[in-house]
Write a protein that binds this ligand. Structure first.
Ligand code: SAM
Ligand code: SF4
Length: 464
């Protein structure tokens, strides 16, 4: 049942007026903003347009260097790994860019049974995943939301030897407050939902039918989720539908609104770009396709503007683009993904949501990260230790979270090495762990060495 719409007061006019303030490149102003960003307290609306307007390659390099510096200060070289689990592609909506939309009669439809979900989870565990995001279209089998709640319980219940999924994030259609309470009871990690576009008129054109046509219902979704006690929420926009500059400022407004109302902004921001989807002309020719050069700016500006919010990049992007994005501020990536329900067990049947840019296995991505100096982290500790919402931000802002994240990243990577890595990946990861331990601050090193040693001796799920 839909309750009254709780909408954050998105003010399009103020976004447009902020965007009108920096029509030309202004190096002096950009440098002033970068100095402020290095204080890691975030940026204001009027700080963003000058960064967006920068074109000169040297000035852009300064922006990217600042973003990398902020990322290093807060996240170091850790990258959190996850995989999507598509449980159903049934959908009653009509999003013009998505292969799951109701009018796409060509798509092979499927809602996995609980046994099929368990088989998918078994496959993901066999690759080494520990953290999933459960995804579904907006039309559930006859049980309604109970289908999703059972799916989450199924995921947590699967055991493969002593391995299990330790954190299930969820990306499903907006709920009302009572249903969000039921979702919270299943012990999800983050609830994610992308506004797609914050531009009302574009939104109306892209979503002409179905429940999703209600812009305000979607806009107020995170308010309802947080009202229901879900501490960690993930927002985002689907880049390519409208001007990226507008979307970026709107994301900032959304984040600030949640922080003002609930004392804590979003836990993550996702930056999906539209990818080609079966039978969707809009996805083949997005109305505001984002070029790579602008995509780097989006990531770098977000890193500077909301330094403590995780930034998520999916396998929509090609490996080369992902490597660049990691340098600029991305802190979480998916790997080895399938976007068709049942795709991990059997990928031959079609039914995917969109085409992927990165087809590498988890093992290959882990090796690539390790060879380029990043620590793939399978850590799920924070939410299991109750470090969520305001509590997480209280630790993250003074930088204390590092003392947990770094040892946990190393111990979970060691777990991957012991249980799943191919010989080449094992070599790359072990070299990285050794060189990283050698460079660590002694206080963190002692703890990290102890935890890595425990894993080597056979302990599992070692975290602090
Ligand atoms: N059905 C729910 C919804 O729409 O919010 C949740 C799951 S939906 C499968 C997850 C996300 O996929 C959408 O929010 C949208 O941003 C993204 N998506 C849809 N079509 C896409 C495409 N062609 N390329 C990239 N991302 C796409
Ligand atoms: Fe359905 Fe979500 Fe795809 Fe829209 S984006 S058609 S709601 S699955």
């Amino acid at each position: 049942m839909r309750g009254p719409s709780e909408t954050f007061p998105l003010d399009e006019a103020s976004i447009h007026s902020a965007l009108g303030t920096a029509p030309k490149e202004d190096p002096a102003r950009v440098r002033e903003i970068l100095a402020k960003a290095r204080e890691m307290k975030g940026l204001a609306d009027l700080d963003l347009p000058p960064l967006m307007a920068a074109q000169d390659p040297d000035l852009l390099r300064e922006i990217f260097d600042a973003a990398r510096w902020v990322k290093d200060q807060i996240y170091g070289n850790r990258i959190v790994m996850f995989a999507p689990l598509y449980v159903s592609n049934l959908c009653a909506n009509e999003c013009l860019y998505c292969a799951f939309r109701a009018s796409n009669r060509e798509l092979k439809r499927r809602a996995l049974s609980q046994a099929e979900i368990a088989a998918e989870v078994d496959c993901l565990l066999s690759q080494g995943h520990k953290r999933l995001v459960l995804v579904a279209g907006e039309a559930y089998p006859k049980e309604g939301l109970d289908y999703i709640l059972s799916a989450i319980r199924t995921v947590y219940a699967v055991r493969r030897g002593d391995e299990n999924i330790r954190r299930v994030n969820v990306n499903i259609a907006p709920l009302d407050v009572p249903d969000f309470r039921r979702l919270k009871e299943t012990e999800i990690g983050t609830y994610q939902l992308f506004q797609e576009t914050y531009h009302r008129e574009t939104y109306a054109r892209m979503h002409q039918r179905g429940l999703k046509a209600d812009f305000d219902w979607r806009l107020g979704c995170m308010d309802r989720a947080m009202q229901a006690g879900i501490d960690d929420v993930g927002i985002g926009a689907l880049f390519g539908l409208y001007d990226w500059r507008f979307e970026l400022l709107a994301i900032m407004h959304h984040a600030r609104h949640l922080e003002a109302r609930f004392g804590c902004g979003p836990h993550t921001i996702s930056v999906p770009r539209i990818e080609p989807a079966e039978g969707s002309a809009t996805s083949e020719h997005p109305p505001h396709a984002v070029r790579d050069e602008d995509f780097w700016k989006i990531i770098a500006i977000l890193r500077l503007a909301v330094p403590y919010t995780g930034l998520i990049l999916s396998t929509r992007e090609r490996p080369e683009a992902r490597r660049t994005a990691l340098q600029l501020g991305i802190s979480q990536i998916s790997a080895g993904s399938r976007t068709n329900p049942g795709g991990y067990e059997d990928d031959s049947e079609g039914g995917a949501q969109f085409s992927l840019g990165d087809h590498r296995s988890l093992d290959e991505v882990v090796r690539d990260l390790a060879e380029t100096g990043f620590i793939p982290s399978f850590c799920t500790s924070c939410y299991r230790m109750g470090r969520t919402g305001v509590d997480f931000m209280d630790l993250a802002k003074p930088g204390e979270i590092k003392a947990h994240c770094h040892p946990n990243a190393l111990s979970t990577l060691q777990e991957f090495v012991e249980d799943h890595a191919s010989p080449g990946t094992r070599r790359a990861a072990e070299q990285l762990i050794a060189s990283d331990l050698a460079q660590l601050d002694p206080r963190i090193r002692v703890q990290s060495e102890r935890m890595v040693a425990q894993v080597k001796e056979g302990a599992r799920d070692v975290f602090c």
